[in-house]
Design a protein around this ligand. Structure first.
Ligand code: ARG
Length: 269
């Protein structure tokens, strides 16, 4: 399990001390479906322990009251080259996380790029893969963000329109594996976005509704391991690609519409 140590990946996480369903900003969040705090801590700690066993470095943004979604550190921004591109959240409920993230990244001496006020951008919508930036827009991130990211990074930016509100962030319906292969949930994308995805991946593999609802696309790839939620058909698809699934239960975070990828801001250096 130690073979990941050679790549320099740090995962930024935040403990679920104050994680709960205190508002509803996506169809998964139901105010009556409260979080079992003990179970959430157990599930989150299992993920931390697994990353450590895989040789990864973990850094923690301290928990803070009044920001129950702070655990979803992926949403705070996106790491591109040597810079952290800070999100500009759409919903006021999550905007409070911005200054916490900003202070924390600055305290780590990480260069931070601010999103202009005319763009909404949420880290869960921005996937930097093999030198290309894939951006989901429509629910949380604005279309203007595509041009902004292209102009500031000079990288290719692929715009993907999201159309199913249950799959409101790109990392809930798209999982790139390598240069040629990616998983996606077709009903989450407009037809032109599916065309764009097909033109970038020779092997564009659909996940089923059952797999997508089980957060299959919200998995994390660490070398040839895929950390995913338990799902026999999806795990078989991974095995068929010579990948090694390691499954972890994340039911408490699913209540908020989040899963493994949302909890794991990955910084590659
Ligand atoms: N409750 C959070 C929200 O609606 C969940 C965020 C999940 N994050 C993600 N990258 N998919 O914003």
């Amino acid at each position: 399990m130690r073979d990941a140590a050679k790549i320099n990946k740090t995962i930024i996480m935040s403990p679920p001390t104050h994680f709960d369903i205190e508002y509803s900003i996506n169809p998964w969040m139901n105010l009556d479906n409260k979080v079992d705090k003990k179970a959430a801590l157990f599930q989150w700690q299992n993920l931390v322990d697994l990353y450590k066993n895989l040789g990864l470095n973990i850094k923690l943004i301290p928990a803070s009251k009044g920001v129950p979604d702070l655990v979803f550190t992926t949403d705070h921004g996106v790491w591109i080259r040597d810079t952290f591109y800070l999100s500009n959240f759409k919903y006021p409920e999550r905007q409070k996380e911005q200054s916490i993230a900003l202070d924390w990244y600055k305290s780590q001496k990480i260069k931070v790029q601010h999103t202009p006020s005319y763009c909404f951008m949420e880290g869960g919508d921005v996937i930097h893969h093999e030198g290309i930036i894939f951006v989901g827009y429509g629910f949380r991130t604005s279309h203007e963000t595509i041009e902004y990211l292209h102009n500031t990074t000079r990288l290719e930016v692929v715009a993907l329109e999201l159309i199913d509100e249950s799959f409101y962030h790109l990392d809930t319906c798209f999982l790139p594996i390598n240069r040629d292969t990616a998983f996606y949930y077709p009903p989450a994308f407009s037809s032109s976005s599916i065309k764009a995805l097909k033109s970038h991946f020779d092997m564009l593999l659909p996940v089923t509704t059952h797999e997508a609802d089980g957060f299959a696309c919200n998995s994390v790839k660490i070398n040839n391991h895929i950390i995913c939620q338990p799902n026999p058909t999806f795990e078989q698809k991974l095995l068929d690609l010579d990948l090694i699934p390691i499954s972890l239960e994340m039911s408490q975070f699913n209540k908020s519409g989040g899963g493994i990828h949302c909890l794991s801001q990955i910084i590659t250096t």
